[in-house]
Design a protein around this ligand. Structure first.
Ligand code: AMP
Length: 418
């Protein structure tokens, strides 16, 4: 994979950077950024380019605008909040173009000098950006390419997408991976290429069907696979256990049984929950206390209840493997961590990863919900927030991208940088 150094002398050159600025916004005012982690993650690349004398043109998307014409501005999805935060973090004014490849972007890009930063409006205001048809994306990619001399791919969260600003553009300009993409690939590769063993994978989240590819690829690589979260109940039900109203995908029973068998054949330890936090229904209240019903053995979930978290014995079981591991990958919360009554399992897994990190393991959080959980939950062992910098070796900025990477798939946005 080419890096910024491979672009040669970028002094006075215009460098177009695809970043991932898809940050969460406060639901009430629609403009306050509630977690600026993705903007911070882009700073090393931007600063490196600026230090080397480049003029930086950033492109990114925010949310899911639905343009009906070729280009349609929607104030709900403007990158203005990102421009404000990025200016603060860089300590310099970032200019926002009112379009992406239109007159404003063209004139602002043309007059951009070395050391200056321009942000194009949301690339998804252009219908062509996400088109599945390459011929439809190409003219947009070509218009973007005209703005700059070279291209840096730094939006790890989108490298699994064959989109104009991620994939097609890289074929039109000298292209390289940015610092973030390079760091992500290096970290995730530690799990997929000759991992230090034992390698333990902890999976959770709501659906088995979302994680099929990951499970089948990691069954070939891991020493231990711990399955929690909503997806665990499909594995329990497939073996004939009562799971009440817990999440269940009946059409995945055969696949789940197949995984259990394959794990046995390969000598992979596949661990399922041994105890479960049950509820009378899905929680509506802030904390979930209203539906909390206690902890039962996972093979004895009452028919009228549902499992919403792994219990303390399961946390202990999974933690006992995690702490013995040299490499740990965690993807997907172990329960409904958004509600305090069902967050203990997820917090316990995060704490086990933190212990493993301290003991010298390389620990990876695979983005998305598990990364959010590690940010918002307290470490039950210290009563304080986790320290993202020291408790985990790597927190991925890309949920979907890191999953596809762990599935062993070729990611178009990475393949094009080869
Ligand atoms: P995913 O997007 O598949 O990674 O799933 C993440 C979501 O799964 C989170 O919002 C959790 O609240 C949810 N989740 C985890 N465990 C359970 C469970 N036992 N029952 C229902 N939802 C769950």
């Amino acid at each position: 994979m080419k890096t910024i150094a491979d672009l040669g002398d970028i002094n006075n050159k215009k460098v177009l950077v695809r970043a991932d600025f898809n940050v969460p916004l406060d639901k009430t005012d629609g403009k306050t950024i509630t977690d600026d982690g993705r903007i911070r993650a882009a700073l090393p690349t931007i600063n490196k380019l600026l230090e080397n004398g480049a003029a930086v043109i950033l492109m990114a998307h925010l949310g899911r605008p639905k343009p009906t014409t070729d280009f349609e501005f929607d104030p709900k999805f403007t990158l203005e909040p990102v421009r404000v935060r990025l200016s603060e973090l860089l300590g310099k004014d970032v200019v926002l173009a009112s379009d992406t490849v239109g007159q404003d972007a063209q004139s602002k890009a043309a007059s951009l000098g070395a050391g200056q930063v321009l942000l194009l409006e949301n690339v998804r205001f252009n219908k062509a950006e996400t088109s599945k048809v390459e011929e439809e994306r190409r003219p947009f990619a070509e218009a973007l390419a005209k703005l700059a001399d070279c291209y840096v791919s730094d939006g790890f969260g989108v490298v699994h997408r064959a989109q104009a600003s991620v994939y097609d553009i890289a074929k039109l300009l000298p292209a390289a991976a940015g610092e973030l993409v390079f760091k992500e690939v290096a970290a995730l590769s530690k799990a997929t290429e000759n991992p230090e063993r034992p390698l333990t994978v902890v999976l959770g989240g709501s659906k088995v069907s979302d994680k099929l590819g990951v499970i089948s690829n990691l069954l070939k690589l891991a020493d231990n696979i711990c399955i929690g979260g909503g997806m665990a109940y499909t594995f329990l039900a497939a073996q004939g256990y009562e799971i009440g109203h817990s999440l269940c995908e009946k059409d995945q029973f055969e696949t789940a049984l197949g995984y259990i068998k394959e794990a046995e054949e390969r000598g992979v330890k596949l661990l399922l929950p041994i105890d479960t936090v049950i509820a009378s229904g899905f929680p509506e209240s802030e904390t979930g206390e209203d539906v909390y019903e206690g902890v039962v053995e996972s093979t004895k979930i009452p028919a009228d209840k549902e499992g919403l978290d792994i219990g303390p014995k399961t946390v202990e079981l999974f933690a006992s493997e995690i702490i013995k591991s040299k490499t740990v990958v965690w993807n997907g919360p172990s329960g409904v961590f958004e509600k305090a009554a069902f967050a203990k399992g997820t917090a316990g897994i995060a704490a086990a990863l933190a212990d493993a990190t301290k003991a010298g393991a390389f620990t990876i959080i695979g983005g998305g919900d598990s990364a959010a959980a590690a940010r918002v939950l307290d470490n039950p062992k210290t009563g304080k927030k986790f320290d993202e910098a020291t408790d985990f070796s790597h927190i991925s900025t890309g949920g979907g991208a890191s999953l596809e990477f762990l599935e062993g798939k070729e990611l178009p946005g990475l393949a094009v940088l080869a």
